[in-house]
Design a protein around this ligand. Structure first.
Ligand SMILES: Nc1ncnc2[nH]cnc12
Length: 183
């Protein structure tokens, strides 16, 4: 078995060893998989709860790794509902809105979908976009586009980690930086 090198992520009192995984011929990432990490999800949500804008109506997230974070952040901020942007179109959606999106961890171009019923819920509302990692900003851009198409206003953008150049952005709130690993 070959050794996988790791990057040590520190988030408040928590540390995690993230495996460094090549995603192309010239780039590796420290793989941050929030799914299943209940402790880190709860810690991150409580830390992000302090960085939320004072006035917002809905949290909105992208499947799949943002979902448990949005769930806990909704609970902590007393919001009864949040909205999930989906990566596939479901038969139960009514007049979904869709935009193309490019992510660094998925080679084929994807789409992001907003159920028309959810679009109606958020129309004229203030929304905060929440995600686990912001990297190229591709899914954040797509989420902004969908929110705008639905007639809602983005009043905040929060993530646990900002990866690579995203750490220089001033339009997102995040808890820690994550380096990229050129090969
Ligand atoms: N470092 C990372 N780990 C998991 N998913 C990612 N998506 C973008 N960057 C990522």
């Amino acid at each position: 078995m070959t050794m996988t090198s790791t990057y040590t992520l520190t988030l408040g009192p928590l540390t995690r060893q993230l495996p460094i995984i090549p995603i192309s011929a010239d780039l590796a990432i420290a793989s941050f998989v929030l799914l299943g990490d209940a402790e880190l999800t709860d810690y991150a949500a409580s830390a992000l709860a302090h960085k939320m804008p004072a006035h917002f109506d809905y949290l909105i997230t992208m499947e799949s790794k943002g979902i448990p974070l949005a769930q806990e952040l909704s609970r902590l901020t007393n919001r009864a509902q949040f909205v999930v942007l989906r990566k596939s179109q479901k038969d139960y959606m009514r007049d979904p809105l869709s935009v193309p999106v490019n992510a660094i961890t998925t080679s084929a171009p994807q789409h992001l979908f907003l159920d028309g019923l959810d679009a109606q819920s958020i129309a004229h509302k203030r929304v905060v976009i929440v995600d686990d990692v912001i990297s190229s900003g591709g899914s954040l851009r797509a989420a902004n586009e969908l929110v705008q198409q639905a007639g809602a206003t983005v009043v905040g953008q929060v993530a646990i980690l900002a990866e690579g150049d995203a750490a220089k952005r001033t339009d997102i709130e995040f808890l820690a930086e994550l380096p990229l690993f050129p090969l």
